[in-house]
Design a binder for this molecule. Structure first.
Ligand code: ZN
Length: 171
């Protein structure tokens, strides 16, 4: 592996099975990382917020930055900064990591959970129901959620396929 599949850090010269010195994930040659997208409602709000913030900035600039419109400029910039912070949180903090330890889901609101390869039997995505789940060897559902929580339907299907491919490879 040349670059860390999560953060892109150059891993040249490091062991095949190791830990990324930059972001700390364990990796081996088969490691796959999926960056998960935020649920649609939050994404939509973020987009409206961005339009509003740009409008406020535009008004401040258009008014020649004279009083009292000059007061709008810091508000608009503050809004943009907050949107940037939120979008980073939404788009960069959710990861599905398939590595030597198992299936790991990193989500800021529910914490990090890892399921070992020995404990899982298959992943399934029902395109009709929109439900994604990982089934344990004892038949229980270890992880179940709608595809909105992982991102798009396409991404969820890719995650399920990758998990099943890795299950057959690693068991
Ligand atoms: Zn890394």
């Amino acid at each position: 592996m040349n670059d860390c599949p999560r953060c892109g850090y150059n891993l040249t010269g490091l062991p095949e099975v190791y830990r990324c010195p930059e972001c700390g994930i364990d990796y081996d040659p088969d490691t796959e990382v999926f960056t998960l997208q935020v649920g649609r409602p939050e994404y939509r709000n973020l987009r409206y917020g961005l339009i509003l913030a740009l409008l406020v900035c535009y008004m401040a600039i258009h008014a020649g930055l004279g009083p009292p419109y000059i007061l709008l400029a810091p508000i608009g910039i503050g809004m943009l900064a907050e949107i940037y912070r939120l979008s980073r949180k939404c788009f960069e903090s959710n990861f599905l990591i398939l590595n030597q330890n198992g299936i790991r889901l990193d989500a800021p609101e529910s914490g990090s959970r890892t399921f070992s390869w020995e404990s899982v039997s298959k992943a399934k995505y029902g395109w009709l129901t929109g439900k994604f789940y990982v089934q344990g060897c004892d038949g229980t559902r270890l992880l179940a959620c709608s595809h909105e929580r992982l991102g798009s339907a396409r991404l969820t299907r890719r995650c399920a396929t990758a998990i099943n491919r890795q299950i057959s490879k690693r068991k």
